[in-house]
Design a binder for this molecule. Structure first.
Ligand code: B16
Ligand code: MG
Length: 214
């Protein structure tokens, strides 16, 4: 059976995608184009600067800015996002997440965070989930973005658990691909049609059968 559970944050444990969306939409508005909720799907699990590149491509402004200007825009977006998440609380925790974390803890399973976000710590703290994690790996601790598996392997290594004994919970194709590359069980959280890289898919964590895997 598995010894370690690694969780993605945004889209798996908490519903922060809507705040990312609002902040990106505002930036697009300032640049003079529409950024829809469908466009926003492309930013799931993707790093901040890559997200900006995708957004600029949507607005046909791919080569319109210098690196310095892009860093400024990304910072502006992030300031807006940080303002949104500064007020969030436990009501933003997604269905089934809290009870799964509690059950894993009771069973003595190691728990890691594997998120691309540089804001992961503050989000966990505000929703009150910080204490469940034995290790937190986020956008500040790794340099390579998913589908590079670094964000998951660093957690496993820190906890001393072989990769094959880890289960990864992810809502993005890139994250699921990353998990599989290193032989971790890739559990998709969301819709089966979107998560073709997963070994198994559950629509929410509430449906996950803990006894089957841990
Ligand atoms: P930040 P995850 C990801 O979090 C988000 O899904 C993605 O939309 C975001 O661009 C990325 O974090 C970086 O976030 O700008 O806060 O550093 O799904 O990997 O937990
Ligand atoms: Mg995610």
């Amino acid at each position: 059976s598995y010894k370690c559970a690694i969780f993605d944050l945004d889209g798996v444990l908490v519903d922060t995608a809507k705040y990312h969306y609002l902040a990106w939409k505002e930036l697009a508005g300032k640049l003079g184009f529409e950024f829809t909720i469908e466009h926003n799907e492309m930013l799931k699990g993707v790093s901040r600067m890559t997200s900006l590149d995708i957004l600029l491509e949507v607005g046909n402004m791919k080569d319109a800015f210098s690196e310095e200007e892009k860093v400024k825009m990304a910072t502006e977006k992030n300031n807006q996002y940080v303002e949104y998440i500064s007020n969030i609380d436990e009501s933003e925790i997604l269905e089934g997440a809290l009870s799964l974390l509690q059950e894993l803890k009771q069973k003595g399973i190691k728990i890691a965070l594997g998120s691309a976000s540089k804001n992961a710590q503050i989000i966990l703290k505000n929703v009150g989930l910080e204490s469940y994690f034995d290790v937190i790996v986020d956008g500040n601790s790794v340099s390579k973005a998913k589908p590079d598996p670094e964000v998951f392997t660093l957690g496993a290594k820190t906890l001393g658990v072989p990769y094959e004994e880890c289960v990864v919970f992810e809502d993005s194709q890139a994250g699921l691909e990353a998990a599989k590359i290193v032989g971790m069980l890739a559990v998709g959280v969301g819709q089966k049609k979107d998560l073709t890289n997963a070994d198994v898919v559950y629509s929410t964590l509430k449906d996950f059968n803990i006894e089957k895997y841990f």
